[in-house]
Design a binder for this molecule. Sequence first.
Ligand code: ATR
Length: 269
Amino acid sequence: MDAETRVYAVIGNPVRHSLSPTMHNALFKKYSLNAVYVAFEVSRENAREAVEGIRVLGIAGVNVTMPLKEEVARYVELSEDARAIGSVNTIVNSNGKLLGYTTDGIGARRALERFTTLEGANVLILGAGGAGKAIAYELSKVASVVVLNRTVEKAKALEDFGVKGDALTPENLEYYLELADVLINATSVGMNEDRSLVPREMLKPGLVVMDIVYKPLITRLLREAKEKGCTIVDGLWMLVYQGAESFKLWTGIEADVELMRRVALERLG
Ligand code: ATR
């Protein structure tokens, strides 16, 4: 590190367990870039000042995480995708002009495309929170998407993207799962708990099942899906690919996702 070192960061709260510094610093090293990636704990009340800080300090690129993704979108110039979902997870500092992007949806798409073809597929997403929305928006560009959510209004609100929104009930789950090629858990259910929204008997061989949760890496949903002969895609793949998309926006380099996953797994222990 020297006076020329470019600084990158993740802002949000909590950030102390973020895997982003681990993944991006490994990439900077691999590609011999004079850059460092750090974490700044920022509360929602300080979002505006934090964005100003990026500008005045000349921080080269930033990932934005909970609870700032929507708030930060008010203070930067938005890409078409970021505008559509009203959320920013990546900022590019282009000579003082801050450009806001979202790579959550494309991260999920690339992760899935590693294992399956999405063109024309029937995709069922559980959850219409920030993650569900980003994924539904991106996948609706290539696939036929249904979103089920506990709070039905939030699922219905996504119909602007040309997806079908409905309530997360056992009947709807059974009905739409019968038609699905791909199932995605975009809720927090299963995080640090052995619980799944999908009864085991509803999972069928050939289904591709992705979970956005990566703690544990193999959630109950993924474990049961694997037992039933489904293809499984864990949440770390989505995290790695969203990071790779951010890295590409900052450096133009197609990141080594295997390296990112390896160092993230080491960090997770
Ligand atoms: P994120 O940004 O990770 O998507 P979020 O915006 O808080 O987080 O969204 C959490 C999602 O998990 C929501 O879809 C939420 O459903 P509601 O909109 O009805 O709150 C869903 N969720 C959380 N706990 C759930 C549970 N026990 N059963 C069903 N859905 C749940």
